[in-house]
Ligand binder design. Structure first.
Ligand SMILES: NC(=O)C1=CN([C@@H]2O[C@H](COP(=O)(O)OP(=O)(O)OC[C@H]3O[C@@H](n4cnc5c(N)ncnc54)[C@H](O)[C@@H]3O)[C@@H](O)[C@H]2O)C=CC1
Ligand SMILES: O=C(O)C(=O)COP(=O)(O)O
Length: 339
């Protein structure tokens, strides 16, 4: 390998087609160009069988900036990246891209999950507050009847004052939601098997108790074997009449077969940013039920929200260049309890 005189780290971008264009503004590219010594426009879509330009960049790269659609960093790929010291994943979950081989070779890994958490938490808090106020129902009634305040007659039990909200998972997103809910007059419950001391003002309870007591249940645990359909038939049946389930995590955490009868009967309401499978069948009642708000997995990745992840990723690259530790280092053992 030729001697390197420029001490700025060499960088390669690895991500799916079209992602770099959404993730990085021109200002981000300019900053990357200043922080590193390689072309921030060189995006490697396939590190498994790279062409000559990408193979040469991979051989030189000290940092990989990755995002959705990046090639998994297997031992075979890493064999072609002998100078690699750090992977900066400008997204949430590293599970699909980073393998144990990275840590075995002493490569440091960081992700932008913290930056990704804020927009999801914002979506969740909006959903919780709107659910309590029955905004969807009010809007539908107004549109249908076109008369002043048609819903007032039936509004007993609506509103957010002292409503009980149950948060499942003190994950990065779950903790953000807990922070953002603090100023409101809500009773907040939390279930998380890894938490022993809840944040101030939050009551730590078991999952069954949380579901039975909460008029809004919001799910923020990662997708793991242990969380598969954790919101199952028993938990859904125990939720109070008129309660709302908010799911921004992964569809697989909720037993949707068990949920559907509660929605079609109108007993429960739901705000679902994720479903299992994503993109429900065209004839799914989830699209049309008046008590369901269904969005296409956009809570954390809409438009310019991605730039928050790019900002965090570039800050980590700057820290690397200054010889400082990453702000959000991801360790190998995080994989067993993390998204
Ligand atoms: N809708 C969207 O746009 C987005 C959704 N997500 C999803 O949101 C969820 C949370 O993501 P992050 O906050 O990054 O997760 P995270 O990786 O920070 O979550 C890890 C934490 O979850 C908690 N946890 C683990 N097992 C649990 C269990 N059985 N019950 C309750 N809590 C448990 C533990 O506190 C653990 O430390 C994930 O499912 C993720 O895929 C993430 C980003 C965007
Ligand atoms: O950004 C999203 O939409 C997510 O749900 C998070 O995905 P990721 O954890 O980055 O694979």
């Amino acid at each position: 390998m030729p001697p390197i005189t420029d001490t700025r780290p060499a960088l390669l971008l690895s991500m799916g087609s079209g992602i770099a264009e959404r993730l990085l503004t021109d200002a981000h590219r300019d900053r990357l160009a200043a922080l590193t010594r390689t072309d921030p426009h060189l995006v490697a879509y396939d590190l498994d069988s790279p062409g000559p330009a990408v193979a040469a960049a991979l051989a030189e790269a000290e940092i990989l900036l990755t995002c959705w659609g990046a090639t998994p960093l297997t031992a075979e790929v890493l064999d072609r990246a002998p100078r690699l010291k750090a992977v900066v994943h400008a997204a949430g979950s590293i599970k699909h891209h980073i393998t144990e081989a990275c840590w075995e070779r002493g490569i440091t890994v960081t992700s932008a999950a913290a930056a990704n958490a804020l927009p999801v938490a914002e979506y969740t808090v909006a959903a919780i507050l709107f659910a309590g106020k029955r905004v969807l129902r009010s809007a539908q009634q107004y549109a249908a009847l076109r008369t002043d305040q048609p819903w007032v007659e039936e509004s007993a039990g609506w509103g957010n004052y002292r409503r009980t909200v149950g948060i499942v998972g003190a994950s990065r997103i779950g903790r953000r939601v807990l922070d953002l809910l603090r100023p409101f007059d809500l009773e907040v419950l939390l279930h998380d098997p890894y938490v022993t001391t809840p944040p101030p003002g939050v009551e730590l309870v078991g999952l069954d108790e949380l579901c039975a007591r909460s008029s809004i249940v919001s799910v923020h645990a990662p997708q793991l074997p242990a969380t598969y359909r954790m919101i199952g038939a028993a938990q859904l049946a125990s939720m109070p009449d008129g309660a709302t389930l908010v799911n921004t995590s992964r569809g697989s955490l909720v037993d949707e077969d068990a949920l559907l009868p509660h929605l079609t009967s109108g007993r429960l309401h739901a705000v679902l940013d994720v479903t299992d499978p994503e993109l429900p069948a065209a004839d799914s009642p989830l699209y049309t039920l008046p008590n369901v708000l269904l969005t296409p997995h956009v809570a954390g990745s809409l438009g310019n929200e991605l730039h928050r992840m790019a900002d965090q990723a570039l800050e980590e690259i700057a820290r690397y260049g200054r010889g400082e530790p990453f702000l959000e280092e991801v360790r190998a053992d995080d994989l067993t309890r993390s998204a």
